[in-house]
Design a protein around this ligand. Structure first.
Ligand code: NAD
Length: 478
């Protein structure tokens, strides 16, 4: 469905995120016919480029990061005609008059803040001073949204001076993933699951976001953040909210976000023995964390695992195990809802222990799988086995399903449409920091160092123990 004509202004338009995600996403939406009319993309950054130079930059980014770039080559020159560029300093006045003259006031304008959070206030202030913020304009801000509660509050306050909450789109690209939205469709569109979605039937829930890569080129940023701030406080907590929230009355931005907020508020404080933090070690050929960030004494964690409890009527007694880390065995993200054992096994002990597990896989092979226990085929008597009812989207829905928009495409189009459902509200972000801050402060107060773990492993052994001592185990990372 085409959206209204818009101007999308990318502050930081020559940065890494613009190159890898934002610009290729816009091109794909253009090819899909969604950037109709006279919609335009305006890059704004410090880099000394003219319009032709920026178009070449955009063209290179698309060639490198859009898998269908060659197939869509015919569209490329038409798309590039929609692209312009302004050299601009967020902290000074250079370039702002030119930008103000370029943006059109009679259409939706989205200002994408793809710069460090230290510049958010400057950008918001200057958009206001130069007359570019009115009711039809919106801003998109990237993570990290602060580094603790106090800084997130400051950012919210700064943005609120010039923009209303309905104009502020805080990106968490996990919320733009097809499977994450499907999680809501599965929960609230079927009669089958919701009656079982509580502590009476669910033994526990595991959320894993595992990366196989190390910190790479983002070492300087990462070493100041760590896994807790970079992944747990935002992506994993957002997934936790969606899996645990009460059904909203309707699929509308505030109804959904109100329910997510209630989940965060119901989280118990985390005791020190319910958190494990780790740091990856050097492995044949691959550098260890400290080498990679060039900080020999760094105590920043590249892995964190938590056992969390939600103290409300639905979830009291059902633990949520969350873990995320770098340089793990594989790049694999999933949510697993592990149901309780059937109350009595009529097939005897030899039938073994079987449990239903609903797995929502974010990567690789996005899809949803339900493990069901059946009889092993053949004459061997009543032996039970588990088989997956698999709904890998690409298989179940045909080859076209692989073409669904990626997270950035969907989220940018939602910004233009004015739909905030998949964006974090200011109070949600603050509440999430209120939960993670005491954990981080506890580490600092106790001078606790992360536990080393082997690259390519499943993280430190202590993380395995976190579940073993409860008589449970993590699902394999693969
Ligand atoms: P980057 O350093 O690659 O690019 C920064 C951009 O900001 C450049 O275009 C630069 O010209 C511009 N810029 C810097 N100072 C400026 C100033 N004073 N005035 C005008 N422009 C200025 O950064 P990035 O990796 O693209 O990250 C951008 C934002 O996105 C950051 O907030 C980052 O945390 C967030 N983010 C990045 C990634 C990623 O993978 N790169 C992922 C998630 C979030």
């Amino acid at each position: 469905i085409p959206v209204e004509p818009f101007d999308l202004i990318v502050f930081g338009g020559t940065g890494d995120l613009a190159r890898r995600k934002i610009l290729p996403a816009l091109f794909r939406r253009y090819c899909a016919g969604q950037m109709g009319g006279s919609s335009r993309v305006i890059g704004a950054a410090r880099s000394d480029l003219d319009e032709a130079g920026y178009r070449a930059f955009v063209s290179d980014a698309i060639a490198e990061f859009d898998p269908d770039a060659t197939q869509n080559r015919d569209h490329l020159s038409a798309f590039l005609e929609r692209v312009s560029y302004v050299i601009l300093d967020a902290r000074g006045d250079a370039g702002w008059d030119k930008l103000a003259a370029l943006v059109q006031k009679d259409r939706v304008r989205a200002y994408y803040f793809s710069v460090g959070p230290g510049l958010f206030g400057d950008l918001a202030q200057r958009l206001h001073t130069y007359g570019m913020s009115d009711a039809d304009s919106r801003i998109v801000v990237e993570k990290p949204f602060g580094r603790d509660l106090a800084s997130a509050r400051d950012l919210n306050r700064v943005l609120a001076q010039h923009f209303e909450e309905r104009q502020i789109y805080r990106i968490d690209h996990y919320l733009g993933k097809e499977t994450v939205q499907n999680l809501m469709a599965v929960r609230f569109g079927n009669m089958l699951f919701e009656p079982l979605w509580n502590s009476q039937y669910v033994d526990h829930i595991q959320i894993t976001v595992a990366e196989s890569v190390g910190v790479g080129g983002r070492g300087e940023y990462y070493d100041r953040a760590g896994a807790m701030r970079d992944m747990m406080q935002n992506h994993l907590m957002q997934l936790l909210c969606l899996i645990a929230m009460e059904p909203p009355a309707k699929f509308d931005p505030d109804a959904v976000r109100d329910e997510k907020l209630k989940v965060i508020r119901a989280l118990d404080p985390v005791e020190p023995d319910c958190v494990v933090r780790g740091q990856y070690q050097a492995d044949d050929g691959a550098p260890g964390y400290r080498d990679e960030v060039e900080a020999p004494d760094s105590t920043t964690e590249s892995f964190v695992a938590i056992r969390a409890h939600i103290s409300n009527w639905r979830w009291a007694g059902t633990p949520f195990y969350l873990r995320t880390g770098k340089r793990l065995k594989a790049r694999a993200s999933e949510i697993a809802v592990v149901f309780k054992d059937a109350p009595h096994s009529i097939f005897g002990v030899q039938a073994g222990r079987h449990r239903n597990i609903l797995t929502i896989r974010l990567q690789p092979n996005e899809g949803i799988e339900l493990g069901v226990t059946i009889k092993e085929p053949g004459p061997g008597g009543m032996r039970l086995i588990d088989v997956p009812l698999d709904m890998t989207f690409a298989e179940a829905l045909g080859p076209d399903s692989a073409d669904f928009p990626d997270a950035y495409e969907r989220l940018i189009m939602d910004v233009i449409r004015g739909n905030q459902t998949l964006f974090m509200r200011g109070d949600e972000v603050e509440e999430a920091w209120s939960w993670t801050d005491p954990i981080i402060e506890g580490w600092e107060e106790r001078g606790e160092a992360p536990i080393p773990y082997a690259s390519g492993s499943a993280g430190p052994d202590d993380a395995l123990m976190l579940m073993h001592r409860d008589g449970r185990r993590w699902r394999e990372i693969r």
